[in-house]
Design a protein around this ligand. Structure first.
Ligand SMILES: *[C@@H]1O[C@H](CO)[C@@H](O)[C@H](O)[C@H]1NC(C)=O
Ligand SMILES: *[C@@H]1O[C@H](CO)[C@@H](O)[C@H](O)[C@H]1NC(C)=O
Length: 530
């Protein structure tokens, strides 16, 4: 008995040594030890954020991140699950509670107001407190400045920083609009969208961007039609009737006139070749409106001269222009069409948009220094999107649940199902469609849903916050969504936190105390292993 247990122990030890030497294919112990080593080295960066970049993946819930990670890995010929997205490398991660003042499940104007302006508010409201009701133009006008809340972009301009807003949606759409506009309804994008009888005469969002926010230096996205008179042909197609303005204003010409008056270098561009030609070292104001409506999905993007730049290209151009300001910059970048693809229950398009969004983040990380740039990646809300079915490792993320896994828990209608599904949306069929032989990998394949809706709704679950750079450790648990704006302001000494910002003490990043504590922690770890 005794010798047997000694032999068994020896064998176990031998196997243990083999495992720890990385003999097996994936050495889980090594992976975990590497993570532990990095975690122990982690020190809070308590310096001032010279620059802040907030990336919002619209509708990019945790299940979308998970599936996008697998999709990205599989595009590189790997099983996929082990893939690490760029922002998943960030050291600080938290959860964000996205409900609105009036809604358990929110929409994007109220969540963007929380993210950028620092207060929760009502459904469909942009840049106003919840003292104003949705669509209540009268209340908005009566309450005036007392109801308005300023965004991190406006706060940054007040401190002399450069600012930019970049999106793949219309620039007047909910998320980007919350950085500059105040509107009791997000749909008031042009004057044609405001019914004076029903709504009153509030100022439309496009007009607010050009009249009141021409000091935002970089503005890139879609949505030209809200800036041009209905009588003016679209520059790309020469078609009449694409543009929307009824008041005759050509807001693009207005923008050019305003910038000219500042004696600054400015440029308006509407297609890729002109965008590419912009010299970032010699431009102060850049307005790019690349589509009458939303920009194209990446899977359908025209990359030719008359086409559109990618989100990554827009992000890079913006950073290169803005970083020339010695006082730093604040940039907001939205991966806006993840959300739209989900609304259509088109998972492949959503995942490709999410991967492109991740590429833009990678570019931003490479163009900035972690020491002085706070980068935050979050979502405004999630979607009822799920990854299910006990699928095997490496199973095509867009495919059907593999046969072996199907047998673990077979469907009661005996028909196959895809591992990606939606809780509601246009993918509903009754009876359920037999997916045998259907190409679920197609970009326009509509995943099945449980409840018939023309568009899927958002979902109310928490979303992630991923951060690196100065004060990123302040994301450390479960936060209310509007906390994000407060961390940005505190980190960069803006807005509410510009006065009591002790620039002297905070500029001495990671002083000797934290270094000592970190050394002490490492020693404790080494001793605990001995
Ligand atoms: C505003 O809406 C009302 C009610 O739907 C409608 O009768 C009216 O024609 C609309 N006015 C404009 C200017 O579109
Ligand atoms: C689903 O379709 C396949 C191919 O047409 C067929 O063989 C199978 O019997 C169908 N399953 C059910 C449950 O109808």
């Amino acid at each position: 008995m005794k010798t047997r247990s000694v032999v068994s122990l020896t064998i176990k030890l031998f196997i243990g040594v083999l495992l720890s030497k990385g003999i097996q294919c994936t050495n889980w112990n090594e992976i975990a030890k590497e993570s532990l080593k990095n975690a122990l080295k982690l020190q809070p960066n308590t310096g001032i954020a010279q620059n802040v970049i907030v990336f919002v993946g619209d509708g990019m819930g945790l299940s979308t991140i998970n599936a996008a990670r697998i999709y990205k890995g599989q595009k590189q010929g790997k099983p996929g699950e082990e893939t690490i997205l760029e922002f998943e490398k960030f050291p600080h991660v938290a959860l964000s509670k996205v409900y609105g003042t009036d809604k358990q499940v929110p929409e994007s104007a109220q969540t963007a107001t929380a993210l950028f302006c620092g207060v929760k508010t009502n459904f469909n409201i942009l840049g106003l407190r919840d003292s104003v009701g949705t669509s209540d133009c009268n209340a908005q006008k009566t309450q005036g400045k007392t109801a308005e809340v300023s965004s991190i972009v406006r706060h940054a301009i007040e401190q002399g920083k450069s600012t930019g807003v970049v999106t793949t949606t219309r620039i007047t759409h909910a998320t980007p609009a919350a950085t500059y506009a105040h509107a009791a309804h997000r749909d008031w994008e042009s004057d044609a969208d405001i019914n004076s009888t029903l709504h009153g005469d509030c100022k439309d969002i496009a007009l607010q961007l050009i009249n009141d926010n021409h000091d935002i230096q970089v503005v890139l996205g879609g949505g030209r039609r809200a800036f041009l008179p209905v009588t003016v042909p679209d520059p790309e197609t020469n078609a009449i009737g694409v543009n929307k303005r009824l008041d005759g204003r050509n807001l693009i010409e207005t923008w050019e006139t305003i910038q000219q008056g500042k004696s600054k270098n400015y440029r308006y561009v509407w297609r890729k070749q002109d965008f590419d030609a912009v010299d970032e070292n010699n431009i102060d104001y850049l307005l790019g409106l690349f589509n009458p409506a939303h920009m194209e999905y990446e899977l359908e993007r025209d990359t030719g001269n008359n086409g559109e730049p990618s989100l990554t290209e827009m992000t890079a151009k913006a950073i290169k222009i803005l970083r020339r300001n010695k006082k730093g910059f604040v940039l907001v970048v939205e991966g806006g069409r993840i959300d739209h693809a989900h609304h259509d229950n088109k998972a492949k398009k959503a995942l490709e948009e999410a991967v492109q969004f991740d590429e833009a983040i990678k570019e931003a990380v490479s163009l900035t220094s972690q020491k002085e740039t706070l980068i935050i990646v979050t979502a405004d809300h999630s979607h009822p999107f799920s990854l299910t079915g006990y699928t095997n490792r490496g199973n095509d993320i867009l495919g059907l649940v593999d046969e072996e896994s199907f047998k673990v828990e077979p469907t009661t209608d005996h028909m196959p199902y895809s591992s990606l599904l939606y809780g509601n949306g246009p993918g509903y069929r009754s009876p359920r469609q037999n997916l045998t032989g259907i190409n679920t990998d197609d970009k326009d394949y509509i995943q099945q849903s449980a409840v018939p809706l023309e568009y899927d709704t958002h979902s109310g679950e928490d979303v992630g916050i991923f951060a690196q750079g100065p004060m990123s450790h302040l994301f450390h648990g479960v936060h209310e969504q509007h906390y994000v704006s407060h961390v940005v302001q505190y980190a960069a000494c803006l807005g509410d936190y510009s006065e009591d910002c002790d620039k002297e003490s905070r500029s001495s990043t990671s002083g000797s105390t934290t270094q000592f504590l970190s050394l002490f922690a490492s020693l404790c770890f080494i001793f605990s292993l001995m």
